[in-house]
Design a protein around this ligand. Structure first.
Ligand code: SF4
Length: 365
């Protein structure tokens, strides 16, 4: 095995990180002591389905000898990905059914999702969009996206566009800026969100050049995706700080993953670390039932237990909402412990985080 980290000079160059991403079983074997299940899973991924891509930076966060490493389990394929269990779906959020133009998905009246590339720095083994990421198409051309832009321009009810993929920040800066400029030119699009995992998997991407290119198009929100406190490396924290300094509100969506972050202490450390890095823990997402990810999913009841354990331990700014994005694209549902224990006319009994039941009396009618 060859030790990481790699050459310091190159390691800070984001495009080198992309070019040097590990994509084959042979390369993985050079850096990690693979188990038989990982090797078989990687051979399977190499042949078909969700491919392998791991930046040298993200690989350097993996424990080379410990298969249960929470970073390694997110990016190294496993033979369990070949399982298909009842309820598994290729497209759990019904995005294909809700496509209103090529690469444009609309599941809510005021929001739309624009899929601008299939490329990511790292392919996450739990990816909701594993049906299309890494399929080789790369960044979508202006021409290919023209019908999506026509739809956005002609639907004034759409006020919020989430730019996703793949990862839009894996695109060239000029191309991304051109796309954001086009969106900003649509008068009724008030909010533009960039959904990206590069602060986690390729923090070198948050360059002065990128920030300067995007800054003219504020307000731009960044929706990122940290799942474990180990991902909050000094480089990642620097990326988050730079985004905040450049005026981007940064929100984080954590996916709840079995054996990776499904413990109260892990989530507490993650959410506290994100707040320290000026990033708002926004959602804790129940993992979508994507085919081949059942080994990484938890029962809904585990998320509810975890929220119960964290309520009162973390302040409101550090405590995300637990969300189930319902299969079939029917929309997000917030779930959590039942704090209302009884209702009577004019009175509600509430259980506090101390376990005490307190009655709240309504004002006289
Ligand atoms: S970065 Fe996002 S889109 Fe890309 S593989 Fe990971 S979860 Fe999927």
């Amino acid at each position: 095995m060859q030790p990481l980290p790699l050459r310091v000079a190159d390691a800070d160059d984001w495009s080198w990180q992309l070019r040097a991403a590990v994509t084959t079983v042979g390369e993985l074997e050079r850096h990690l002591a693979l188990t038989d299940e990982e090797r078989a899973g990687a051979l399977r991924a190499e042949a078909a389905g969700l491919p392998i891509s791991i930046t040298p930076y993200y690989l350097s966060l993996c424990d080379p000898r410990e298969p249960s490493c929470p970073i390694r389990r997110q990016c190294v394929p496993h033979l369990d990905e070949s399982a298909r269990v009842p309820g598994d779906l290729d497209d759990p959020l019904g995005e294909v059914a809700h496509e209103v133009a090529p690469e444009l998905v609309q599941r809510y009246p005021d929001r739309a999702l624009l899929l601008v590339t299939d490329r990511c720095a790292v392919y996450c083994r739990f990816c909701t969009r594993s049906r299309m990421v890494g399929d080789g198409g790369g960044a979508r051309s202006d021409e290919h996206l023209s019908r999506a832009f026509e739809h956005l321009a002609s639907h004034p009810e759409i006020r919020d566009v989430i730019v996703s993929g793949g990862d839009p920040l894996a695109m060239a800066t000029a191309r991304l800026a051109r796309l954001v400029e086009r969106l900003r030119a649509i008068p009724h699009v008030e909010t533009i969100r960039l959904a990206t995992r590069v602060p986690v998997t390729l923090p070198q991407r948050i360059t002065d050049e990128l920030l300067a290119a995007l800054r003219p198009f504020h307000p731009l929100w960044v929706m990122t995706h940290f799942n474990h406190p180990k991902e909050l490396s000094p480089l990642a924290v620097r990326a988050l700080t730079r985004l905040a300094d450049a005026g981007f509100p940064v929100m984080n969506q954590t996916v709840l993953l079995r054996g990776i972050n499904d413990e109260p202490a892990t989530l507490e450390a993650l959410f506290r670390g994100l707040v320290r890095a000026r990033t708002r823990p926004y959602y804790l997402l129940q993992a979508d039932p994507v085919v081949g990810t059942s080994h990484l999913r938890t029962p809904v009841s585990r998320g509810i237990e975890l929220m119960g354990a964290l309520q009162g331990r973390l302040s409101g700014i550090a405590l995300p909402k637990l969300i189930v994005d319902t299969p079939g694209g029917m929309g997000k549902v917030p779930v959590g412990p039942d704090y209302v224990v009884a209702r009577r006319p004019g009175e509600t009994d509430l259980r506090t985080h101390r376990g005490v039941v307190v009655t709240y009396r309504d004002p006289p009618a």
